[in-house]
Every structure is written in C-alpha cells, then in structure tokens.
Write a protein that binds this ligand. Structure first.
Ligand code: NAD
Length: 477
C-alpha cells in the first residue's frame, strides 16, 4: 500500500480510506493509494511552512541549487525504476516512460543551475534615491498535477518552484501518483529537509479542493482540464491566491503545399499518437492546403493502418488509455463523428495480445471535419486526428484560431516570410516551424493563450511566476 509522503515520512490518511491503483493495460487493481482529505492537506501545509520558515528560506541560492542537482543525480540513478513505476501506473510504452524519467532528470538539472541566476535590478529614479527590485518566493506553493505526464509535470512545476525558493505541497492525480511518491522519497535521500516536498494523494474534489482553499498555500500551479481550472480559479479568488493555469489544447498542424512532407508526416503522427493522444499539446487538428490534401491523406492513412496498439510493456506505437471513462469519452467522440457522417480515412490495430479488460483505442484519422464540430473544437484526449483542408494563408489562420484553445501550433512551409507571418497570426503560446515540440525543450517557456491557460512554466521564465517582485526605494539625499 502507498502512503502520503509528508515531512520526509510516509503517513496514512486521516480518513483511513484508500483508492485502488488500476493498471490500464489490463484494467486490474494492483495497489492502493491513500484517499486524503482536508486534514492531511493541513498536516502537509504545516510541515511545509515549518520547513520554509526554519530551513529553506535560510539556505543560500547556491545551496538550494546543490540540493536540486543532488536530486537530479538521484533520479538519474533510479531512472529505470521510476520509468517502470510510471509505465504500469499510466500504461506508457517503455520508450515513453523512459523519456519521461529522462525529462525529470533534466528539469532538476536545469533548475539546479537556475537557482543562483535569478536577480533583481536597480532602477533609475529621482536624484537622492536608490531603487532596487528583488524577487521573493511566494512561500508554500501548491501543485495540482494531472495523470498524463506525472513525472514531467512534477519536474517543471515543482523544480521551478523550489529553485525560486518555495517549498511545495503536491496533489498528484488519483489515477497516477506512484512515481511522485517515490521521487519525494528520493529527495529525502538526496538531503532535502523535511517539509520541502510533500505529496498528498486522493481525489480532486477532496484533496485538490482542500489544497486550493488552504490559507497556508501562497500560490497554486494547476495543470489539468479547463473545467477544473475554472473551479480552482474561483476557489483561489476567494482569498486572492495567485494561480498559474496550464490547461488543454486543440493544437493545429498546418501543412502548406510547399512543405517537406516527408519530414512532416512522421512528426504529425507522433504528435497525435504519443502517450495515446493524452497530451495537452497533442497535434489533434491537421490543416492541409487543398492542392495536396488528397495525396497527403492517402499517405497518412497508410501509416495509420500500420500503427499497433497494445499493453505498455510490449512497447508498441500506442499504449492503453488511462481508464475506462477516458476510453468511453473517445468512443463517444467517434460515434458523434459517425452520426455527423465524418469520413474515417484509416484506423490502426489493437494487437491480439491486448487483454479485453485493458483500455485500448486504435489511432483514428478522420477527414473533412467541419470546423464547428466538437471533433474540431474539443479535446478528445485520445489518438484521434481531425483533418480538414484550407484554401490559402488567410483561411489557414482562420481555421487555426477557430477554437477556444491556444496552446501549441505547428507550421510546415519552406517559405520564410510565410513562416514568420503565420507565427505572428496564430494564437498559441508556442509555435513550431517545420518541427513540433522541439523534443520537449525543458528550457523553452510553455503555456497557453485563451482557454489553454495563463502563466508560463518551463525555462527560466517559470521562475518569475514562482516569485513576487518587491520594489525597495531608499531616500538617501
Ligand atoms: P483534471 O482537470 O480532471 O485533473 C487534474 C488534477 O486536478 C487532478 O489531480 C485532479 O485530481 C485535480 N482536481 C480535479 N477536481 C478538482 C477540484 N475540484 N479541485 C482541485 N483539484 C481538482 O485533468 P486530467 O484529466 O487529470 O488531465 C487531463 C487534462 O490536463 C487535459 O485537459 C490536458 O490538456 C490537461 N493538461 C494540460 C497540460 C499543460 O501543460 N497545458 C499538461 C498536461 C495536461
């Protein structure tokens, strides 16, 4: 049985209730986590506050950096173990689980180096004054994390917060939290003081809600769905607690007729099948210039048919979805497509070895999806790609911006002037030209426009969000 990790100790939930841990590859329970509640959050916040006041805030930035680097090294030593935990918990194919562990190592490495590079300024002001700014940590930060990339999102969110001088209370998803409990244990082994990283598991409406409401939480970093993002904002607004929101997306891949299609196609496929399509930045809409639409869909369809789906440990192209309700969600989208007569171009195959009780979904390519259909508007969060054609640049921009989201966009063209025009006109927090995702890019600020959220995580930029700027004006005559 898994326990909370609070103040460098494993503790049971106050409620003594638990939640089963299900393996998405076969739908069977294999462990239990604690079903925390407000009382557990309160214990964690107290542990964090004591750590902040007595130890963490007294460390120099360089000392914090050394601790983060020790944790990065510790995670690297345990990367295989962590990848195996995440693989079973989330149903990730081996290569994805390993990539996630490697990204976690890199986040702590990056933020270890960033700790002592964050500084304020002196400002020109009236004669007789010296004016300084410096950046102070919020204090105790709360982190609500989804199930799709627990290690990566913990790395970018908690890594940045710690580097900026905060201590953290983390609420992972009830569907995937085992790796984060282990990382917190490794942090203790690496020398982190008790209370610097606390993990409280349980349901969102119980533990997550209690975290967002707790007076002792000074800042909330939320990564998850737009629906819950709204709830978190409303709860946090009651006590004016600052929030960073990393929400969903319906990101377009825009392919012009002059693009290098050989280069684009494998990237387009990976961007929708990676993590079984359960990625906030999944390239889930494919916009193709009319003159190459038919030919491109033909080629893409051929590749989709060869994609194989199966248990995580088989390390195929696609693993299972996280849970039965997610599978049902994808089925509902596909049956809506059928009702609307949206043509299916191709579908991959679920292998015979996949247990009936697992949550599998073959990657599906749909075409001529109307711009106002929910398949072109809402996050499916499964391996479903919605293709449509465009006439010209203006039309491409119109379609690209025709959703409430604005997280990521991919633009494929050899025309340099068009690359820049499109990058300016497309509303999204990240734009990739002739690539998509740039290999993850721990260094690259990430976040949304519109309903994809606000605030930035990743990169040095995240440190500004995890701090408050103070202005100090000294009158000396
Ligand atoms: P979710 O919103 O259902 O849950 C996210 C987290 O919020 C979980 O830990 C959950 O327990 C918690 N939660 C649920 N209700 C809550 C409440 N009332 N108060 C406080 N916390 C609550 O999202 P999910 O299904 O776990 O993840 C998928 C979503 O996350 C997708 O929309 C995806 O796009 C988004 N996401 C965004 C990013 C990004 O960086 N923009 C990254 C990954 C995932």
């Amino acid at each position: 049985m898994q326990l909370h990790y609070i103040g460098n100790a494993s503790v049971r939930s106050n409620s003594e209730r638990t939640i089963p841990v299900i393996d998405p590859s076969d739908g069977q329970a294999y462990d239990e986590i604690q079903r925390g509640d407000a009382a557990d959050i309160d214990v964690a916040v107290r542990a964090a506050r004591a750590c902040y006041e007595n130890i963490w805030s007294k460390l120099s930035a360089a000392e914090r950096g050394r601790l983060l680097m020790r944790l990065s090294n510790k995670i690297a030593e345990h990367a295989e173990e962590l990848a195996a935990i995440e693989q079973r918990d989330c149903g990730k194919p081996t290569k994805q689980a390993k990539a996630d562990a490697a990204a976690l190592v890199r986040y702590f490495e990056f933020y270890a180096g960033a700790c002592d590079k964050l500084h304020g300024e002196t400002l020109p002001y009236q004669e007789g004054y010296t004016v300084l700014t410096w950046r102070e940590p919020h204090g105790v930060t709360g982190h609500v994390i989804p199930w799709n990339y627990p290690m990566q999102i913990f790395g970018r969110s908690v890594g940045g917060a710690l580097a900026a001088g905060n201590v953290c209370v983390v609420k992972p998803s009830e569907d995937a939290c085992l790796s984060l409990i282990r990382v917190a244990q490794l942090a203790a082994e690496a020398g982190f003081p008790a209370g610097a990283i606390n993990i409280v598991t349980g349901y969102g409406h119980e533990v997550g809600d209690a975290l967002a409401r707790h007076e002792g939480i000074d800042h909330i970093s939320f990564t998850g769905s737009p629906r819950v993002g709204t709830i978190i904002q409303q709860v946090a607004a009651e006590r004016h607690c600052p929030v960073t929101l990393e929400l969903g997306g319906k990101s377009p891949q825009i392919i012009f007729a002059d693009a290098d299609v050989d280069q684009a196609l494998p990237v387009v496929i990976n961007a929708i099948v990676q993590n079984a399509g359960q990625t906030c930045s999944a390239g889930s809409r494919l916009l193709v210039e009319q003159s190459i639409y038919e030919k491109l869909l033909d080629r893409l369809g051929g590749t989709f048919e060869n994609l194989r789906v199966g248990p995580a440990a088989m390390d195929l192209d696609v693993g299972p979805l996280i849970r039965q309700s997610q599978q049902q969600r994808v089925w509902d989208f596909l049956s809506d497509a059928q009702v609307a007569n949206i043509p299916m171009v191709a579908q991959g195959q679920v292998v015979d070895e996949a247990p009936e009780t697992g949550y599998y979904q073959a990657p599906t390519l749909l075409r001529d999806v109307p711009v106002d259909h929910r398949l072109a508007q809402e996050e499916v969060f499964g391996p479903v790609l919605a293709a449509m054609s465009f006439k010209d640049e203006d039309h491409a921009v119109h379609l690209a911006n025709a959703t409430h989201f604005g997280l990521v966009a991919g633009i494929w063209t050899r025309d340099g002037a068009r690359q820049l025009r499109m990058a300016k006109r497309v509303k999204s927090g990240q734009v990739f030209i002739n690539n998509y995702g740039a290999g993850g890019g721990v260094e690259l600020p990430f976040g949304g426009m519109k309903s994809s959220g606000y605030g930035r995580e990743k990169g040095f930029e995240a440190l500004y969000g995890f701090t408050v700027l103070k202005t100090v004006a000294i009158k000396h005559g």
